[in-house]
Design a protein around this ligand. Structure first.
Ligand code: GNR
Ligand code: NI
Length: 176
């Protein structure tokens, strides 16, 4: 197990469309384990591989309470159905540190994915897990939660993030 550095906006890897995993190997399982460790360490409730500079369609999530963690590892996840009903939730992103905004998304989604053994699985996600799985799958398509905001709000968050990263002396913005 190992922690992997998280990358931040405006890293172009966050805007790439990640490639599907074609063969699940020990390397894939190692990546998922390391991503889970990195997510818990952050801490966050989800993490997508592009956030650790790996442009592959792999995510981890845990929206369970601290005393009852529920780790989900998903390979090639796809939303196959979404509810008409929408829900608004406050979202944040480890690649856009310390910024949050309300985002409206389908309240419930059905997700199809491969588990670490390569077996196809289906899961209905509701509540926080629904927002999280949509946020993570968006990362695999190069989409960030700020893309759903007005240009004004998005620009403000980007500006604050670059300032934050500059002050923390981390990320691409800190080296310039
Ligand atoms: O830690 C996270 N919290 C969160 C809150 C609401 C909706 C989505 C998320 S995911 C985020 C971690 C992250 O950046 N995942 O990509
Ligand atoms: Ni995120």
């Amino acid at each position: 197990m190992a922690l992997i550095p998280i990358i931040y906006i405006p890293d172009p890897v966050l805007r790439q469309v990640a490639v599907p995993v074609t063969e699940i190997t020990d390397g894939t399982r190692q990546l998922l384990d390391d991503m889970a460790e990195t997510m818990y360490d952050a801490p966050g409730i989800g993490l997508a591989a592009p956030q650790v500079n790996v442009s592959q369609r792999v995510i981890v999530m845990d929206c369970g309470p601290d005393d009852a963690p529920e780790l989900h590892k998903m390979i090639n996840p796809e939303i196959v159905d979404r509810s008409e009903a929408k829900a608004i939730l406050e979202e944040g992103c480890l690649s856009i540190p310390k910024q949050t905004a309300d985002v409206e998304r389908p309240a419930s989604v059905d997700v199809r994915y491969l588990d670490v053994d390569g077996k196809e699985q289906m899961m209905t996600c509701e509540g926080l897990l629904a927002a999280c799985v949509q946020h993570e799958i968006d990362h695999l398509d190069g989409v960030l939660f700020i893309d759903y905001l007005s240009r004004l709000k998005r620009d403000m968050i980007v500006r604050r993030t670059l300032k934050e990263l500059r002050q923390a002396g981390t990320g691409a913005a800190g080296r310039g």
